[in-house]
Write a protein of this length. Structure first.
Length: 118
């Protein structure tokens, strides 16, 4: 069992920034690839960004490239999403996701809501 708890969401003006955090517990954090997804009301979750176990490889959705940065701190069992130049279309619930493909395991957090005022 792995527990993921997100924080850092809230209300921000368009053009502003937020730092989302996700803390993991229950399993060895460093063996998991980590990702952020977001979900708009009434829509399926969509991929935002992912980072490899060691942090040396990242990937982003085209919609957030150049504005969002994913990072991780394995010593603290945390993954972050720095979001800059936020747009109203970024307003969603953001969730972190852990994947351990070797052991066929994954886990989701509950999410943190981001609201962007125009």
């Amino acid at each position: 069992q792995m527990r993921l708890v997100e924080s850092g969401g809230g209300l921000v003006q368009a053009g502003g920034s937020l730092l989302l955090s996700c803390v993991a517990s229950g399993r060895t954090f460093s063996i998991h690839d980590m990702a952020w997804y977001r979900q708009f009301p009434g829509k399926e979750r969509e991929f935002v960004a992912t980072i490899s176990r060691t942090g040396d490889s990242t990937s982003y959705a085209d919609s957030v490239k150049g504005r969002f940065t994913i990072s991780r701190d394995n010593a603290k069992s945390m993954v972050y999403l720095q979001m800059n130049n936020l747009k109203p279309k970024d307003a969603a619930t953001y969730s972190c996701h852990a994947t351990d493909p070797i052991n066929d395991f994954d886990s989701w957090g509950q999410g943190t809501r981001v609201i962007v005022a125009s």
